[in-house]
Unconditional design. Structure first.
Length: 265
């Protein structure tokens, strides 16, 4: 299927690992030049080099902390200046502390909201004028199913995710007349470092082995396995393409039919 992506330019927040890395690679394979950002320079530079070598596309690494407005704007502006355009924004940054209420501090809540929610707000705000100028744009906010299926063990990311979904659907309505689509992609458990960190937290809080914690989590997914970063990236690519031109304001679940209480004893 021709996706109409060749020659486009994409920005991928959190592009050095996990879903962000997989998304940047998948887009580059479709002929897209990509700017990726993360806080760690060494890993970021290595991943950019790997993607560029495999795909032959330009991959621009930009060290930035999307937890600050200045860095979020610098990420967007630097990429737009370098490539001369900006077509696709993929927001993937953010790692919220897991755990139940009694173990969470106020700083955990602020960390989650500042990066996982406000980080997305910041990059969208910076990128939208470039897209309006061209009369075309795709914004894909990779958020998470905790925002629509609340889980007591993930209340800080769930709160940030719910805010992110609300924000995404609201700006989708505003931006549709400008040729810009905006969608929320909500994965369930994905096989990333972040997921395994959550399993370790569950194991510690519940006094069970990591193997048992993983088994309980998997039992909540009717498909019977974790999602892969590459599967999420495939959906990112579709939503960023010409083929998804009538898809906007959608909150798309990718959770294998996951039930709500994945952390129940």
């Amino acid at each position: 299927m021709e996706l109409g992506l060749s020659g486009r330019v994409a920005l991928v927040g959190g592009g050095s690992m996990g879903i962000g890395k997989a998304s940047a690679l998948a887009l580059a394979r479709e002929g897209v030049d990509v700017a990726i950002c993360a806080r760690g320079k060494e890993t970021l530079d290595r991943v950019a080099g790997e993607i560029a070598q495999e795909t032959g596309r330009q991959v621009l690494p930009i060290v930035a902390d999307l937890g600050t407005e200045a860095d979020a704007r610098r990420f967007v502006d630097t990429a737009a200046e370098h490539f001369g355009r900006l077509d696709i924004l993929v927001n993937c940054a953010g790692n919220s502390p897991g755990g139940s209420l009694q173990y969470l501090e106020e700083a955990d809540w602020m960390q989650s909201l500042n990066l996982k929610f406000l980080g997305y707000v910041r990059t969208c705000k910076a990128a939208i004028p470039y897209m309006k100028e061209r009369g075309w744009g795709r914004i894909i906010n990779v958020i998470g199913n905790d925002g629509v299926k609340p889980i007591y063990f993930e209340i800080t990311p769930g709160a940030a995710n719910a805010a992110g979904i609300n924000f995404t659907l609201a700006i989708a309505e505003e931006l549709a007349p400008f040729g810009i689509t905006v969608n929320a992609l909500n994965p369930g458990p994905v096989d990333t470092d972040r997921w395994w960190g959550l399993v370790r937290t569950m194991s510690r809080e519940k006094g069970i082995t990591e193997e048992e914690a993983q088994k309980r989590a998997i039992s909540s997914i009717p498909i019977g396995r974790l999602c892969t970063p590459e599967e999420v990236a495939d959906m990112v690519v579709f939503l960023g393409s010409e083929r998804a031109s009538f898809v906007t304001g959608a909150a798309i679940s990718m959770d294998g039919g996951q039930r709500k209480a994945i952390m129940d004893v």
